[in-house]
Design a protein around this ligand. Structure first.
Ligand code: PBG
Length: 326
């Protein structure tokens, strides 16, 4: 075993050129997915208070935004909708003229090559704000499945490239896969939010998506944060049901989960750096307490190092600008 003074690890760190040559992981714009929030109305581009630099867009404002995203060479977006009306069964989630369905068509008309991922869930569309049908104050798993499958189908019929169920019902991947296959969409991949934790880091998103539960919380369906074996079980189950890509969410506080999933399954792995992760860095940066660019790139590189292939991040546009030196 070589030791000091023969061994000097600092030799390979002396200049940026050396460091760059031996860098093991880096963030690539081509791995990023940018979330977009779509609202009813027209002429709307309104900043979300808890998420500076992230906006609500009405459908007519989307072409300009997605053209900019494509110019920045970001390959994909994920869509969230705030509908005109909410009801007990989230029917505006699967209406052919729903907010997401119209958004997809508009985006595909202006930038057809931009990959459109859709979040498949009912929480933005239900009056009670839960991710499924509520029966006696409990989210009923099996009654929710057909509604999720219908929602996924309506997204794909409108032109979505990938559907991403985020509700955490058991059996939703199977239900969606069967529905898509039956309707001739065998080629459409499912990105499953496989290990999704009941996290406080979703706080800003729920304000942005107006999807906070009106009673109780999501702990009867999202995962308990202390668990990791259960995450592997969830991922295994979603793969068995037909998921093509799996996701761990949130990212920063769950890097160990990302690593374990990466070591255990040979499937493409996505990590969602969620709204609270974004808001924390934004707030500290606005106070001058953190260097925003360095902090964000360090966090995203850590998510890659943990084993993620794809990162969903509200920082995608800023990262693309930084990396392109714009
Ligand atoms: C929908 C959904 C949520 C997020 C993504 N899809 C909210 C939730 O589960 O409460 C959170 C995303 C974020 O915080 O950035 N179920």
């Amino acid at each position: 075993m070589v030791a000091f003074p023969q061994l000097r690890s600092r030799r390979l760190r002396r200049t940026e050129a050396l460091r760059a040559l031996f860098r093991e992981n880096q963030v690539d714009i081509g791995d990023l997915v940018y979330p977009l929030f779509v609202v009813e109305g027209s002429g709307i581009k309104q900043e979300i208070p808890s998420m500076p630099n992230i906006f609500h867009f009405s459908v007519d404002q989307l072409p300009r935004e997605v053209e900019e995203i494509a110019r920045l060479t970001i390959p994909a977006i994920i869509l969230f909708g705030i509908p005109e009306y909410k009801d007990e069964v989230g029917s505006s989630a699967y209406h052919p003229e729903g907010i997401i369905q119209r958004a997809i068509r508009t985006i595909k008309q202006s930038v057809p090559e931009l990959l459109v991922v859709t979040d498949v869930c009912l929480c933005e569309y239900t009056s009670h704000g839960h991710c499924g049908v509520v029966v006696d104050d409990y989210v009923d798993n099996d009654q929710t499945l057909p509604l999720l499958a219908k929602t996924a189908l309506s997204h794909v019929e409108a032109g979505a490239d990938i559907v991403a169920p985020s509700d955490m019902m058991d059996g939703r991947v199977k239900a969606i896969r069967e529905m898509l296959d039956k309707e001739g969409f065998q080629h459409i991949p499912i990105l499953s939010y496989a290990a999704k934790y009941a996290s406080a880091f979703y706080g800003p998103f729920r304000e942005a998506a107006e999807s906070a539960p009106q009673f109780g919380d999501r702990r009867s369906y999202q995962m308990d944060p202390p668990n990791i074996r259960e995450a592997l079980k969830e991922v295994e189950q979603d793969i068995a049901e037909g998921a093509d890509i799996i996701m761990v969410k949130p990212a920063l506080a769950y890097l160990d989960v990302i690593r374990q999933v990466r070591n255990t399954f040979n499937y493409p792995l996505a990590a969602y750096s969620v709204s609270g992760e974004f808001a924390m860095v934004k707030a500290a940066a606005q106070q001058g307490w953190l260097d925003e660019k360095q902090t964000v790139l360090e966090i995203l590189t850590a998510i890659k190092r943990a084993g993620a292939d794809i990162i969903i991040t509200y920082y995608a546009k800023e990262v693309a600008q930084w990396l392109q030196g714009a």
